[in-house]
Ligand binder design. Structure first.
Ligand code: TYC
Length: 98
């Protein structure tokens, strides 16, 4: 490299895959206990963790509920959206690159 054609030593690139934040959005209609159930069922939280995160979404409007590879994040979003729709709740779940 450079104008004398000397290869400079570079650090080895350890390429990590991009990670994705999965987020729950607040709304006025989805019951609090339903959101808690979602966090337990699909995100492996215990009841008190799930209740705490649900309250954060309720108060702040949005919260990150987990960080995953692209494929796992997509699966979580689909599972949550399908479960909410089946129960006729307007709950929204989205993902975003970190
Ligand atoms: N705001 C809802 C209520 O008062 C509860 C809720 C919390 C809804 C979190 C969605 O992602 C959510 N029933």
């Amino acid at each position: 490299g450079g104008d004398s054609s000397v290869a400079l030593q570079t650090r080895p690139k350890t390429k990590r895959p991009p990670m994705y934040k999965v987020m729950l959005l607040n709304d006025d209609y989805t019951p609090m206990e339903f959101v808690v159930q979602i966090l337990e069922r699909f995100f492996g939280m215990n009841h008190s963790q799930a209740f705490e995160i649900m309250l954060t979404v309720h108060k702040k409007g949005v919260a990150v509920v987990g960080v995953f590879s692209h494929e796992i994040a997509e699966t979580k979003v689909t599972q949550v959206m399908d479960f909410a729709r089946r129960h006729q709740h307007p709950l929204q779940c989205t993902m975003e690159k970190e």
